[in-house]
Unconditional design. Structure first.
Length: 217
């Protein structure tokens, strides 16, 4: 139900309370004044009429409450849900993420969060192979993907690949491997020294290749 329609109905319910009280008072007053013996004292007649009017108010409001309470409870629950959703939206906006307007936008937000999650997991777990806490722990150098994997650009044709897998005991393990353009076979990395050795070897090969190439000068 739209919020505007719900508020209109709530306003009508609030007005119903006043109408119910007036109806009960008028009905009680008319009944008390009509059926009170005319031979009795006029002051007592007015007092009795007032008492009956109060009884009418009580009777009418009791019946109305019994009928309208379930409806009021439903609207109250809807108001609480609306306020909670608005509060969550404000918190999300304060954090820089606006509440999605549809399923497609929500999917885009979750995909972006999954990529960022992979990026940060790769950077945070990098201490397993790099205790220097300087190079591989920088999340700005990692590129995460929705699959949970991430890559770290090391040099032209060389990237460090991160993945998170479960072993035979069901314990998650962080895996780092080197991927190079000239060799599709992933090379497991357990220490940053492995990266150093690989890059050093690649540099020597490149220098040796440059030396064997004829000069164009």
């Amino acid at each position: 139900m739209r919020a505007s329609v719900r508020r209109s109905i709530q306003a009508l319910l609030d007005g119903t309370d006043m109408i119910t009280m007036l109806a009960g008072a008028v009905s009680g007053a008319v009944a008390g004044y009509t059926y009170y013996p005319a031979t009795y004292d006029a002051d007592l007649r007015l007092a009795a009429t007032g008492a009956v009017a109060l009884g009418g108010v009580f009777l009418f409001t009791t019946v109305a409450d019994a009928v309208l309470t379930p409806l009021r409870r439903r609207f109250a629950q809807a108001d609480v849900a609306e306020m909670r959703a608005a509060a969550e939206a404000r918190v999300a906006e304060a954090c820089g993420v606006a509440a999605p307007s549809g399923l497609s936008e929500a999917l885009d937000q979750v995909a972006a969060a999954a990529e960022d999650d992979a990026t940060r997991r790769a950077a945070q777990a990098a201490y397993r192979i790099d205790l220097s806490d300087q190079l591989l722990s920088n999340p700005g150098r990692w590129r995460g993907y929705t699959s949970g994997e991430a890559t770290y650009y090391l040099a032209p044709g060389t990237v460090l690949h991160y993945s998170r897998e479960e072993n035979e005991r069901g314990t998650p393990e962080h895996r780092y491997t080197l991927l190079t353009a000239d060799d599709p076979t992933p090379v497991p990395v357990t220490n940053i020294r492995d990266i150093l050795d690989d890059l050093t070897l690649r540099l020597r090969k490149t220098e040796a290749l440059d030396e064997t190439m004829p000069s164009t000068v």
